[in-house]
Design a protein around this ligand. Structure first.
Ligand code: GAP
Length: 544
């Protein structure tokens, strides 16, 4: 755990213009955040640092900036339409909704789900061949297993064989599809609703986290896969196996839930236009959107956030070596953010917790104020994505080595970074309290390359034109050099120091009467609070 509380971070961010609640003036929009003048500066510093470290400073990395709106086929081929889902339950009493995995003891739940899955398969095997031959009890149990939308009335032509095939093909995703099991489990373990304390739970619904929108001036339509057709105006029930009978209309598009697919879909373009030697990587920064069921912990889990992702393409024989190189590179990154080594932890994700595309994943966790939680991920995605694209489009994703060796579809190592979590971790690490002259002081000990303001310039008194004129001269000189320079002539110097400390400004420069005599200024260091006199002519070098 960290020493600083989440409330302290949130309060500082709001008070000093780093981060505000999205749409706050209209009552807010949950899971969205707006960056104020200092927040946007910090965010840009984080993103520029990443770009410099992982793109500009390397020979084997190139940038990409793909569109946020992508053809829906991208997300069908990637598996997101079918599997980017969370099972949710609703409290029967207050109607609050929760993700099942946030309510349960995951190990125990996992084991019980597996047992339930095995029993369900055995039950399906014991059924008569056709739906219409099922007894009332069997129908009810089918509802329990698959969700209550799954009944002979809904699917008159469904065969038991198809039902079994469906259940088997989703074995790995069992926890997400077992209709009524989560509800029964929660009731049995007397899990209370976090909002109202009730233990009455409703059916489980699967919920796709992608935000949908429509392109073009088309009617809002949904196509239902045969055998059932939908009546005009009929409300489509949630529940039942996702992606089975609801098919998005042709004009449906999704706001990207990860930036990664914009890289994979451009792999061939880059290879054909730039002809990079393998291994090489493509990097992208940009917005991602997820309709998180319960956004939480400030910007940690947001519905709109920023990712910085790398897809590093290698020959399948070399993936372990590349994975290790990126593991070390991730530690370099956390150091550059100013995170203490002992607060960064590697968690090897067990198979059951890995995303559908991954053969190995390390979650890098950090001791956030709310507890240890995921900062970023490193995954071995195999050739999953390029093969999906190849199969879906019929276009070859093979790479032809320059030495004339046989062509192959590259495998991929993916370091995936979240900007908001990097900012939260950097703020948590930087937040410091000490005592100066008997008074409590709060300051952000940010690395200089992240500080939103590099240096602040103060005229000692704002009603002495000669001091102000000299201070303006110094300010102009520093601004030209460093850009992020702040002018402050408000209140006594002590208060101005405190204001700059709180936003992490490494240096404050004061122009006083002595400056007018000997062309020296006072430079005050944020961390030590020490003040030294430096000649204006030496100031730029002295601040580096
Ligand atoms: N392309 C792989 C991928 O997207 P992920 O683990 O789902 O993997 C990668 O996301 C990173 O994106 C996470 O480690 C985290 O830093 C960030 N991230 C994911 N969901 C987020 C959310 N709802 N709010 C803020 N950051 C998020």
């Amino acid at each position: 755990m960290s020493d600083v509380t989440l409330d302290e971070i949130v309060s500082l961010c709001k008070r000093r213009g780093f981060i505000y609640q999205g749409s706050e003036i209209y009552g807010g929009l949950s899971g969205t955040w707006d960056y104020g003048p200092l927040g946007v500066a910090l965010k840009r510093n984080v993103m520029n640092l990443w770009w410099k470290m992982f793109v500009e400073d390397r020979e084997d990395m190139f940038g990409i900036d793909a569109a946020i709106l992508m053809n829906q086929k991208v997300w069908q081929a990637s598996g997101h339409v079918d599997t980017f889902t969370d099972p949710m339950v609703e409290c029967q009493h207050c109607k609050s909704r929760f993700r099942v995995d946030h309510l349960v003891d995951n190990d125990e739940y996992e084991n019980e789900t597996k047992e339930y899955f095995t029993r369900s398969l055995a039950f399906v095997d014991s059924l008569p061949a056709k739906y219409e031959e099922y007894s009332q009890e069997q129908v009810a149990q089918i509802g329990d297993i698959f969700g209550h939308a799954q009944t002979p009335a809904t699917y008159p032509n469904q065969t038991t064989k198809e039902l079994r095939e469906y259940l088997s093909s989703n074995q790995e995703q069992a926890k997400k599809y077992l209709g009524n099991f989560p509800r029964l489990y929660l009731m049995r373990s007397a899990k209370k609703c976090e909002k109202c304390g009730s233990i009455e739970w409703g059916d489980t619904r699967t919920f796709n986290m992608m935000f949908e929108t429509k392109v073009g001036p088309f009617a809002d339509t949904v196509t239902i896969k045969p055998p059932r057709t939908i009546e005009a105006g009929e409300e489509i029930a949630l529940g039942g196996p996702t992606g089975w009978w609801i098919k998005p209309s042709e004009n449906t598009v999704y706001l990207r839930p990860e930036t990664a697919q914009g890289i994979f879909t451009n792999f061939k373009n880059v290879v054909d236009s730039l002809h990079p030697g393998l291994p090489f990587g493509l990097a992208q920064q940009g917005k991602a959107f997820r309709n998180e069921v319960s956004p939480r912990d400030f910007v940690f889990r947001s519905r709109e956030f920023e990712q910085m992702e790398i897809e590093y393409f290698v020959h399948s024989d070399r993936w372990e070596e590349a994975f290790e190189q990126w593991r070390l590179a991730v530690h370099e990154w956390t150091k550059a953010l100013g995170l203490p080594e002992e607060k960064v932890h590697e968690l090897e994700a067990p198979e059951t917790d890995r995303a559908h595309y991954s053969k190995r994943t390390i979650d890098f966790e950090f001791d956030f104020p709310h507890g240890r939680d995921e900062l970023l991920g490193l995954a071995y995605r195999t050739d999953f994505d390029l093969m999906n694209i190849q199969n879906a489009t019929g276009k070859s994703m093979e790479y032809q080595p320059k030495d004339g060796g046989p062509a192959f579809v590259p495998h991929v190592i993916e370091p995936s970074f979240g900007v908001e979590r990097a900012i939260m971790a950097a703020l948590t690490s930087a937040y410091t309290e000490d005592e100066v002259n008997g008074e409590k002081r709060t300051y952000l000990k940010l690395p200089t390359h992240l500080a939103p303001v590099k240096v602040a310039v103060f005229p000692l008194l704002k009603n002495k034109p000669e001091l102000v004129a000299k201070a303006r001269e110094v300010y102009a000189m520093l601004k030209k050099e460093f850009g992020a320079v702040m002018w402050d002539d408000n209140g006594n110097i002590g208060k101005r120091y405190r204001r700059q400390d709180e936003i992490g400004t490494p240096h404050c420069v004061t122009i006083d009467f002595q400056t007018l005599e000997d062309q020296t200024v006072t430079v005050r260091n944020r961390d030590t609070t020490e003040q030294t006199r430096i000649k204006i002519a030496d100031l730029i070098a002295g601040l580096d």
